[in-house]
Design a protein around this ligand. Structure first.
Ligand SMILES: [Zn+2]
Length: 92
């Protein structure tokens, strides 16, 4: 595992998403719901250092409002725990 992959893993873990093993077709990792294991997307490992956190931070409102993430609501719950104030603001 490279540092950037660890960084991606940690950034997504904060919002309730875990990285699967690399997909066979290239340097992409499937993103799985940490609650129920359903695939919610994928991410490349070509991000520059610190970009993974920025991407997840930029998507916070979408996870909080349920527009992104798994239908089971795990990311919604995770973002609520992570930042209740921002989460509440995203519910409009
Ligand atoms: Zn789920």
């Amino acid at each position: 595992m490279t540092d950037i992959v660890d960084e991606i893993r940690q950034a997504y873990a904060a919002v309730g998403i875990r990285l699967d093993q690399p997909a066979t077709y290239g340097a992409y990792y499937r993103l799985l719901c940490a609650g129920c294991g359903r695939m919610v997307g994928n991410v490349g490992d070509k991000l520059l250092p610190s970009m993974a956190q920025d991407v997840v931070t930029a998507q916070f409102d979408l996870y909080a409002s349920g527009l992104l993430g798994c239908a089971c609501g795990h990311q919604r719950d995770a973002t609520r725990r992570l930042d209740p104030d921002r989460w509440a603001a995203a519910q409009k």
